[in-house]
Design a protein around this ligand. Structure first.
Ligand code: NDP
Length: 282
């Protein structure tokens, strides 16, 4: 018997029109000859509960969550991964037999991209600029992957302190909040420096975090979450100082690859996904 029914996945967000994930996932489904669809769906905050019911009603394989749903979706889920539990937010949900399982692959995608570049987190000192959703996911995964110490540098004190104490209390890593001063010097024992703020994202491509760039040394590995543009001024300046750099594209592709495998059970065609994303930002 022929099967005319496609398996459904997608993303709920508001705004969501400019979310490029569909291009990446659809390219992967085609490459693996899977009859799956990725739908980019606008869901207003007040409709999130009904939308999550529809994931079950339509027997969708899963759904991604983006702004403003990553935290608000928690009451509608049956189970959370250990990392998602600590982070307190999910970016993807898997549906099986009417049960919704929440996972956070943002930080896992970052760690995979970092490890693929030959780095390890074991006993490393990490400094993170930012304390928003991306920083939170990255900080927790760095801690769960063996980081010794995590400095959180953030503009708003409350959010920075909250993230540092979350890491300190819920993981085996030590963490400290550092108040973001003008021309902020990066702690000299930093092994891995990460910009997890939204500074530098297109169209504000000439913006860069207000840090003392002379404090970036060749011994540091410097990473950005910004993927458009991939080569941010932050990374270019770090590279001029001799530091190794990693763009935000790897994190984006790797989290999409993890979501692909969680929904399909099939190994993700990472190269195809990366090409599709790069073409989109050409
Ligand atoms: P949030 O809004 O949750 O957090 C933004 C963070 O940036 C906050 O810590 C905020 O500080 C800080 N910030 C913003 N502007 C400034 C400024 N001028 N000076 C100092 N700090 C500033 O956003 P997300 O964490 O969800 O996303 C952050 C970025 O990461 C976005 O650009 C997003 O596109 C990107 N991202 C990339 C992913 C990838 O796969 N590569 C995945 C997820 C996100 P404060 O607390 O003081 O407001």
């Amino acid at each position: 018997m022929k099967n005319y029914r496609a398996e459904l996945t997608g993303v709920f967000g508001d705004p969501v029109d400019d979310n490029p994930t569909g291009v990446v996932e659809e390219a992967a489904f085609a490459a693996k000859n899977l009859n799956y669809r990725y739908l980019t769906i606008k869901v207003l905050p007040e409709d999130l509960g009904k939308a999550m019911d529809s994931v079950k009603i339509f027997d969708m394989k899963g759904i991604n969550l983006t702004m403003p749903h990553k935290i608000k979706v928690l009451p509608y889920l049956d189970e959370l991964s250990p990392a998602a539990e600590i982070i307190g937010a999910v970016n993807t949900v898997i549906q099986k037999e009417g049960k919704l399982f929440g996972e956070n692959t943002d930080g896992k995608g970052f760690v995979t991209a970092l490890k693929n570049s030959g780095e390890t987190l074991d006993k490393k000192n990490v400094t993170i600029l930012g304390a928003g959703g991306a920083a939170r996911a990255i900080a927790v995964e760095c801690a769960l992957n063996g980081a010794a110490y995590i400095n959180i540098i953030n503009r708003s004190i409350e959010k920075g302190e909250e993230l540092a104490s979350l890491i300190q209390m819920k993981t085996d890593s030590s963490a400290k909040y550092l108040n973001w001063k003008n021309n902020m010097a990066i702690p000299s024992d930093t092994d891995i420096l990460i910009n997890a703020t939204s500074i530098g994202f297109s169209p504000n491509v000439t913006d860069k975090p207000d840090i003392d760039y002379t404090s970036i040394t060749p011994e540091m590995c410097v990473c950005d979450v910004i993927f458009n543009p991939a080569e941010t001024i932050f990374l270019k300046t770090a590279a001029e100082n001799g530091a190794k750099t990693i763009t935000g594209l790897g994190m984006l592709v790797q989290q999409a690859a993890l979501n692909f495998t969680l929904w399909t059970g099939v190994e993700a065609p990472v190269d195809v996904m990366e090409d599709a994303l790069k073409k989109e930002f050409e």
